[in-house]
Write a protein that binds this ligand. Structure first.
Ligand code: URP
Ligand code: ZN
Ligand code: ZN
Length: 472
């Protein structure tokens, strides 16, 4: 008689967003077929030995091989980026197909498929970035793409090549409402940043650390409030991405208190870095931690932890934006140490996202294991229409699993699998790391070695978002 399962993960301490329980997990054809005690034998057996098993992570905000203006280029493509994701326990990634101004959204999607196809080691979906909402985009391209499974898009209130004005924001939010898409908003006031940047430059303050001074919390607070107000006018849910500290958090609490459906994302950099990581003097090293919004201070880190614990935050993403530090295509464009306004924004984090949150959040006693799963896997899958195929351990779901090893070690970049030459978290003591990552029933990371099968990652068309607003 042939075995009942392709794979059985035995003696798992299964954690979902709602419960923890002991079970064997039976897998057939890449999906979870049975959960229970003493399951029949599998063709292959893995003994979890009572260790915690969570659903594979869903990283719903990461940038991979996103076209940049030369000479700048992202270090990670779909091969190295999803390799790093898998080794860090993430089995689904949602990067961005970005329209450039004057270009077509459909062309951006087609180009992005070419970049991903045959390269990804884990499953992937695409968000769109809408930077040029022409009548054609609003009436035809965007609704068409939403219907085809691109059900979320990001809009920017800053960056010259991406930003929308308020009228354009209202236009795209109206499309999100009519067609049931999720709008993700980068909330920073572009004019205020430009004004502050010019003043800093006039005073000769161009070192990386002045990036933080050019984007103070008021800039984020004002844009967050404006985004909330625009969404209220249109009567549509929104998700504010990469929230950095108290002032934006207060706006989101205010919106929830008024019954508005405002979801929120935060990222590791707002828990583990501060503005001091951009430099205490005029040295260039701080360019490594230049991202927007910038990291704040210790008190704001606590505000973010509180929001993770009490339900303010909906999702926890990496915002992996991979630029090499010592490279002419990275943080030193053309080989030069440049003024902060020209430093490519973003930091790497696709591989370290889950271990940082598990170590300091769960094992540090700040959030429950269930909340960890909700933030890092279940809610992102729901927000972007991938649940219950992704984001949970349930019969019928994809067999995407992480078996956790709880052990202490000091992180260094040479342990990581991205193509970036640094991690901003080097030197951080971690208390856990994925001992095994299983994607679609295949072991892709065994705690020591990565098991590549380029092209094993499939494109996932997304359904409608299924997140429910939290009760006030
Ligand atoms: O600095 C950041 N966050 N860079 C990545 C692009 C974005 O705005 O998310
Ligand atoms: Zn952003
Ligand atoms: Zn981003």
């Amino acid at each position: 008689m042939s075995p009942a399962f392709d794979l059985v993960v035995r003696r798992a301490r299964v954690a979902t967003a709602s419960d923890c329980f002991d079970a064997d997990i039976g897998i057939v054809a890449g999906r979870i077929a049975q959960l229970g005690a003493a399951l029949a034998p599998g063709l292959r057996e893995i003994d979890a030995a009572g260790r915690v098993v969570t659903p594979g992570g869903v990283d719903a905000h990461c940038h991979l091989d996103q076209p940049m203006a030369p000479p700048v280029r992202m270090a990670d493509d779909f091969d190295t980026g999803t390799r790093a994701a898998a080794c860090g326990g993430t089995t689904t990634v949602i990067p961005f197909a970005a329209q450039h101004k004057g270009g077509s959204l459909r062309d951006a999607v087609a180009d992005y498929h070419r970049r991903a196809e045959g390269k990804a080691h884990v499953d992937y979906a695409f968000h769109l970035i809408v930077s040029d909402p022409t009548p054609q985009v609003l009436a035809s391209e965007l609704p068409g793409l939403i219907a085809e499974g691109y059900t979320s898009f990001k809009v920017y209130m800053t960056y010259d090549d991406l930003k929308l004005d308020d009228g354009q924001m209202l236009d795209v939010l109206a499309v999100a409402r009519e067609h049931g898409a999720m709008a993700m908003i980068h909330a920073e006031n572009a004019d205020a940043i430009e004004w502050l940047t010019r003043r800093l430059e006039a005073a000769g303050r161009t070192a990386p650390r002045f990036h933080a001074a050019s984007r103070p919390m008021a800039v984020e607070r004002e844009a967050t409030h404006r985004a909330i107000s625009l969404a209220e006018l249109v009567d549509v849910p929104i998700l504010i991405v990469h929230v950095s500290g108290r002032e934006a958090v207060e706006q989101i609490r205010w919106a929830r208190g008024h019954g508005l459906s405002v979801f929120a994302e935060t990222c590791p950099q707002y828990l583990f870095l501060t503005a001091a990581d951009l430099g205490l003097d005029d040295g260039y090293q701080g360019a490594r931690c230049v991202c927007s919004p910038p990291p704040r201070d210790k008190a704001n880190q606590q505000v973010i932890w509180d929001g993770l614990a009490d339900g303010l935050f909906t999702v926890f993403s990496s915002d992996h934006a991979p630029f090499r530090y010592d490279a002419p295509e990275g943080k030193k464009p053309g080989g030069q140490e440049v003024a902060f306004r020209h430093i490519p924004n973003g930091i790497p984090g696709i591989e370290t996202r889950l271990a940082l949150l598990y170590s300091e959040g769960v094992l540090g006693g700040r959030i429950t294991l269930e909340r960890f799963v909700e933030l890092s896997s279940t809610n992102p899958a729901k927000a972007y229409g991938l649940h219950p195929r992704k984001g949970t351990i349930a019969i019928g779901s994809d067999a995407d699993l992480v078996i956790w090893d709880e052990r202490e070690f000091v992180l260094s970049n040479d342990q990581l699998h991205h193509a970036v030459d640094y991690t901003p978290y080097a030197g951080q003591t971690l208390r856990a790391w994925p001992g095994m990552t299983i994607a679609g029933g295949e072991v892709v990371w065994d705690g020591r070695d990565f098991h590549p099968r380029a092209g094993r990652g499939r494109f996932l068309p997304c359904g409608a978002p299924t997140l429910r607003p939290r009760p006030r």
